[in-house]
Design a protein. Structure first.
Length: 612
């Protein structure tokens, strides 16, 4: 029998696949601040290598398009090059036989529109726009701009208290973000070039476990300025603003409508994800700075806002987005139908639901939907289904949350759009009626579902939880005179409320529902701007010495992941689901940091690249 051998072409294909994998890593690790035209050029060159050479528009057009774009990137083109670039790209897009030429030209045309200012800057000013220039990825992508390499180095050195204070320099919620942050800091981690992003959140979690936030001394407060600021809302944004204003020396009074501080960190996230006692550590750490008075159970309306504006030197409104939305379907107010946001809010004050033996349907595909579904499992539900009108891949919830929910027994019913609720003879919910969907054209990055020509579906349910969005309780503030767009408060680039002197807004009530770290970042920015508005320019020095960076360890290693308790066990209680890294694991993970704050893009000072 003749021997078989691997064909040379197959071996070459394997090598190409390996090379492309490395190229994909480089794309994934593209640092923020990179010139967008340079990125476009690199992608266009990659498209040129894919052309089969059969059709002239693709074979000859892409090289010409590449040459033109090279001149623009090098700041050697004139205004006529832009019109030529557009005309040539349109010809290639419309005349190419296959998707290679079409997609390459379409990307160039999209870039001409998306990066119009950058193109004009290259042509007319002969330089990149202000702000272009590689930065430290993790620090730049963190909405609070926390010095990530510094606290990783401190954690690796075993100086956990200083690591916590390094985090707290820019984010007074180190514990909260160690548990529930969506860690955008990991998205462009340069370590991706070698193996995988560093588990930054896991390192932070280890640090706050070794040095709880309320045991670490906060920085000393500046001298009292005699100025007073009212903060409306005791959530992550409001408390962040209060913390930094107090450190600057201003006196702050926080007004919170609920019984306890924390906002959606307490009233929107279940205890199994973020134990309440760990949240209290952050809150105690914030209040330890002094100069902050807290008034819980005081709801602020239009009249109260007028009084605050008169009595205080500045007011920061950070009431969040704590009202639940619903769907306009038949029997939406039937017994057994509830708002997911309100359910989680009640749990925040210790009122847990009892779904023993019930069938529960959760409508939605975000993190709130997953939180409610996993809560229903723990509350004794016999069956729990998440009903979503798009595909599972289109869910906005974190992939880890979706996987955890499935592991705990939650069924994902996708491509089904709720159209009504069936009720029994006593008016109680008995089933969720759905219209099957089919996936349609892509819009804003996601395929749009459209109704399929199929009969209605039916999900039997004794309880239906609506997790279809959150809203802002804006009416009292609108009555006071604050302007809104689509239910969110209007503000200028400095977070000052439109048309109102001394009133600032930030967080979810200004941006719409977002993540905790974005609300924290808004609170930090608001504190700085309020300080400037009051006539000051305070600087805050944490006084921490960061370990000297060692040479990069480029040995490829797997990423350390935080283990969770087995699903069959954790689904029975509300105890914390996550475990912790060991000392050995955290030291290895910290050692993977390439210290971009000292090497590579971290050595680039700000400013624009200029081409002479």
């Amino acid at each position: 029998m003749a021997r078989l051998s691997v064909a040379p072409k197959a071996r070459a294909d394997e090598r190409i696949a390996d090379y492309l994998d490395k190229h994909a890593r480089r794309v994934a690790a593209t640092p923020p601040g990179t010139c967008p035209l340079a990125v476009q050029l690199s992608l266009l060159r990659a498209s040129g290598s894919q052309t089969c050479g059969k059709c002239v528009p693709c074979r000859d057009g892409i090289p010409q398009l590449t040459a033109l774009l090279e001149r623009v990137v090098a700041c050697e083109a004139d205004e006529s090059a832009l019109s030529t670039l557009k005309t040539l790209a349109e010809m290639i897009r419309d005349a190419s036989d296959c998707a290679i030429g079409y997609e390459a030209a379409s990307s160039v045309l999209a870039g001409l529109e998306e990066f119009d200012g950058e193109y004009r800057s290259h042509v007319f000013d002969r330089l990149c726009q202000q702000g272009v220039g590689q930065t430290v990825p993790c620090e730049t992508l963190c909405p609070a701009h926390v010095d990530v390499p510094a606290y990783i180095a401190l954690t690796g050195a075993g100086d956990y208290a200083q690591a916590v204070n390094m985090i707290r320099k820019d984010n007074p919620f180190p514990t909260a973000c160690a548990y529930v942050c969506e860690h955008p800091c990991e998205d462009r981690c340069r370590r991706t070039l070698l193996d995988a992003p560093i588990n930054i959140r896991g390192i932070k979690k280890y640090a706050v476990e070794q040095a709880p936030a309320d045991t670490v001394d906060v920085p000393k407060r500046n001298a009292d300025t005699g100025r007073t600021v009212a903060v409306v809302g005791g959530g992550p944004s409001g408390l962040t603003c209060a913390y930094y204003l107090s450190l600057m020396g201003h006196r702050v009074v926080v007004f919170e409508a609920r019984r306890q501080l924390g906002g959606m960190l307490r009233y929107g996230i279940p205890a199994y994800r973020f134990p309440r006692e760990r949240l209290d550590e952050d809150v105690r750490g914030i209040l330890a700075v002094g100069g902050i008075e807290v008034r819980c159970g005081e709801e602020i309306g239009a009249n109260e806002m007028r009084d605050l504006v008169e009595a205080y030197d500045a007011v920061y409104v950070a009431v969040g987005a704590q009202t639940g939305k619903t769907l306009r379907v038949d029997n939406a107010r039937a017994e057994g139908v509830a708002s997911a946001v309100e359910l989680l809010g009640e749990i925040g004050d210790g009122a847990y639901p009892d779904f023993t033996g019930k069938r529960v349907a959760v409508v939605g595909g975000g993190n709130v939907a997953m939180d409610c579904a996993r809560t229903a499992v723990r509350a004794g539900a016999e069956e729990v289904s998440v009903v979503y009108r798009r595909r599972k891949d289109d869910m906005t919830a974190l992939p880890a949350e979706i996987e955890s929910a499935i592991a705990e027994g939650v069924e994902m019913v996708v491509l089904e759009s709720p159209v009504g609720i069936e009720v029994d003879g006593s008016g109680c919910c008995s089933a969720l009626v759905t219209q099957p969907q089919m996936i349609g054209p892509v819009k804003d990055g996601r395929p749009v579902p459209v109704a399929a020509d199929k009969p209605h579906g039916r999900v039997e349910a004794d309880a239906v939880l609506m997790a279809v969005g959150q809203g802002v309780a804006a009416e009292p503030f609108e009555e006071f005179g604050m302007k809104t767009t689509w239910g969110c408060f209007d503000a200028d680039e400095f977070l000052q409320a439109e048309g109102l002197e001394g009133v600032f807004v930030g967080g979810d009530c200004q941006t719409g529902p977002s993540s905790a770290i974005r609300a924290i970042g808004a609170g930090k920015v608001a504190a700085r701007n309020i300080d400037e508005y009051l006539g000051f320019h305070h600087t805050l020095d944490c006084g921490i010495e960061v370990p000297v960076p060692q040479s990069n360890d480029r040995t490829t290693r797997g990423r350390v992941e935080i283990a969770e308790r087995p699903a069959r066990v954790r689904r029975l209680d509300f105890l914390e689901v996550e475990g912790s890294m060991s000392l050995e694991e955290v030291e290895q993970e910290c050692g993977r940091c390439l210290r971009c704050d000292h090497f590579g893009c971290g050595t680039v000072e700000g400013g624009r690249r200029r081409y002479e």
